[in-house]
Write a protein that binds this ligand. Structure first.
Ligand code: PLP
Length: 409
């Protein structure tokens, strides 16, 4: 990365002039904690007492036997507080907000996972909290809205544009411009203007640091491949960062192929030619956009992967061929989820199940004396509505009908 936050041609900070002092201050504070050897220890201490770090590295013996190839290990980010790797980022930014002396946090959220994580952090640190969420998502994700509000956050439904994630991001920036003095914007993934891609990746690097140590302890050698799903790219950057310097390890990012790459109904930016380089939402990267720079509609069964942009750091790794990008369809993801539940008693989030599906396509071709790591970014309980629909479970349908009846009465 250069001084202005560029990774090759990607990244940068395309921000309104009025925010430049706020960004300078943020960069200065972030550099301060990065260079303070005590900060990382305080972060690890917080994460090991409030969340569940170090998260385990689980040997998936039954899946390994099923495929008959390399040994499969699973990095268990699902065991974090609030059920996903998002805790690593929000708690890290929470410590930073305290250092900056600010008292209010805002965040964007799509499916609501980042909103819940941010509301949790704000409750713990005693910050005021406002969450921007597209009106469409507020309706679709009522359970997450409920928990955010119960933890004291104000959830603001965004009625602009298509009323989804990208509109929520724009609204959060608008809020920040008016309340810079008191407020920090807790961006949810390794995207957006510098220093967010670097900063979010820095907090998430705790995944890769742990995983590297754990696999060396268990196997005495590094994995042949490391798999992670790619939405904005923060869990992928988190685990990849532990292995990128190692020439023998291939980092594989798995994007959402949705209903199939050929249908156009997907969210794959790096493994297809459907995305092009552009500037939006404060940074330069590959976006799924048309020739006029209008963002395309994306689709994935996993709400957390349904995003038009991608981390500028991953774009650069892609261009330099330092990481490989593949995809998995909704159908492949559901099959991988089912297999993982039945063989290991583990329920990956639909997002994470993309990494599993990507690994399952390849692991049988690797020799048994090698091993791989799959990053399980989150737990799947939140997906019960989508998964039960996909499995077409009649009892579940009856249950939903009955519940709906209860509420009508
Ligand atoms: C939000 C989310 C993702 C996608 O975000 P990244 O920044 O790409 O990691 C993946 N998995 C889970 C469980 C999530 O909640």
């Amino acid at each position: 990365m250069d001084k202005r936050g560029y990774y090759g041609e990607f990244g940068g900070a395309f921000i309104p002039e009025i925010l430049s002092a706020t960004f300078d201050d943020l960069v200065a504070h972030f550099n301060g904690i990065k260079n303070d050897p005590l900060f990382w220890d305080s972060y690890v201490d917080l994460m090991s007492t409030y969340s569940c770090r170090a998260t385990p590295l689980t040997y998936a013996e039954n899946l390994t036997n099923h495929f008959g190839g390399a040994k499969i290990y699973i990095k268990r980010e699902d065991l974090n507080h609030t059920g996903a790797h998002k805790a690593n980022n929000v708690m890290g930014q929470g410590l930073l907000v305290k250092k900056m002396g600010k008292t209010r946090v805002i965040a964007e959220t799509g499916a609501g996972q980042h909103g819940v994580a941010t509301a949790t952090m704000a409750a713990k640190f005693g910050f005021d909290c406002t969450i921007y969420m597209g009106e469409v998502d507020v309706k679709r994700q009522r359970p997450n809205v409920f928990w955010m509000e119960q933890m004291g956050a104000t959830v603001i439904p965004v009625t602009d544009g298509t009323r989804i994630l990208k509109d929520a991001i724009n609204e959060a920036f608008r809020d920040w411009v008016t309340n810079m003095e008191t407020t920090h914007y807790v961006l949810g993934t390794a995207c957006g203007p510098h220093p967010f891609p670097e900063m979010v990746s820095y907090f998430q690097s705790i995944i890769g640091k742990e995983a590297r140590k754990q696999i060396l302890e268990r196997e005495g050698k590094l994995p042949a491949r490391v798999y992670a799903c790619v939405g904005g790219g923060s869990n992928a950057m988190g685990i990849f960062s532990g292995f990128l310097p190692d020439a023998g390890v291939t980092c594989v990012g798995v994007e959402a192929a949705g209903r199939g790459l050929a249908t156009g109904e997907h969210a794959s930016r790096l493994c297809t030619d459907d995305a092009s380089v552009g500037v939006a939402q404060g940074y330069k990267t590959f976006f799924l956009q048309d020739d006029d720079g209008q963002m395309k509609e994306t689709h994935s069964i996993a709400a957390g992967l349904d995003y038009v942009g991608v981390s500028p750091i991953l774009s650069q790794l892609h261009v330099e061929k330092k990481a490989r990008f593949e995809s998995a369809t909704d159908e492949e993801v559901i099959a991988a989820l089912k297999l993982t539940m039945q063989k290991e008693g583990i329920i990956p989030a639909l997002e994470s199940a993309h990494a599993f599906a990507g690994a399952f396509k390849e692991v049988g071709n690797l020799p048994p004396d090698q091993c791989i790591i799959i990053n399980q970014s989150g737990r799947g309980d939140k997906d019960i509505f989508t998964v039960a629909d996909a499995f077409d479970d009649p009892q579940w349908k009856a249950f939903i009908k009955e519940k709906a009846g209860d509420y009508r009465a």
